[in-house]
Ligand binder design. Structure first.
Ligand SMILES: [Zn+2]
Length: 233
């Protein structure tokens, strides 16, 4: 079992309240004015016209490995992605947080997936998808739930999987969008967030496996500081 030193975590000593004080690179966690996640109050959002967002996800091969305090899933090709406001953003990796980081009218979903997209110039867009626990209509995760605890236990363990990330997203992809930051250190700003409004469901058994690896990996909500959240329907 390999140990790797990770400066930050989610406990009292190295957790979200301390991130801004751990090292100069992490300072923005407490000095930033456009931090993530946030609570989305539906009554306060600005409504926009129908979305022109286009998705280009299909079944493809992924490598799963632990990075810092989470398990990350990396596509082998660069053809996964989405088009938003005329710009194409390739998917570079995805991961999850338990419980959810973004809240909807204060409601905390059990899990939130983050699909991290990056343009060649470094511009970042993260699409977030909540899930509710329900044993009737589940996501086809294949072996992903089994792999999460295995990979989390050892920084050198990798697993391969073939997945279609469309599975993780609801049919009707209406969404909220705002400008924020990464939610793990360094919490750099300039991130475009797309938060899907509708949530799919996952089974309790799958959830329990994910929780073994990444339970308690949520940063608390941050002040909006006057930022606007818009809703595309
Ligand atoms: Zn995340």
């Amino acid at each position: 079992m390999t140990k790797e030193k990770v400066l930050w975590g989610y406990d009292e000593k190295t957790g979200p309240e301390m991130w801004g004080h751990i090292c100069s690179d992490f300072e923005i966690a407490h000095t930033g004015k456009a931090q993530s996640p946030v609570n989305i109050e539906q009554a306060d959002v600005v409504k926009l016209k129908p979305s022109t967002m286009k998705f280009y996800y299909k079944e493809t091969d992924y490598t799963i490995r632990r990075i810092e305090q989470s398990v990350h899933v990396f596509p082998h090709d660069k053809e996964q992605g989405l088009r938003f406001n005329g710009e194409y953003y390739p998917l570079v990796s995805f991961h999850a947080h338990i419980p959810a980081e973004h809240l909807l009218d204060g409601y905390i979903y059990p899990i939130e997936w983050h699909f991290v997209h990056e343009k060649p110039d470094g511009t970042t867009l993260v699409m977030s998808a909540w899930m509710e626990i329900d044993n009737t209509n589940n996501v086809e995760f294949k072996d992903l739930p089994t792999y999460f605890p295995e990979v989390f236990a050892d920084f050198e363990t990798e697993r391969e999987i073939t997945l279609d990330v469309n599975e993780f997203m609801p049919e009707e992809r209406v969404f909220y969008t705002y400008q924020g930051s990464r939610t793990t250190p360094p919490t750099v700003e300039g991130v475009t967030w797309i938060v899907l409004k509708n949530a799919k469901t996952l089974g309790q058994e799958d959830f329990t496996e994910f929780e073994k690896a990444i339970g308690n990996t949520s940063r608390p909500v941050q002040d909006l500081n006057g930022r606007e959240i818009t809703f595309y329907n």
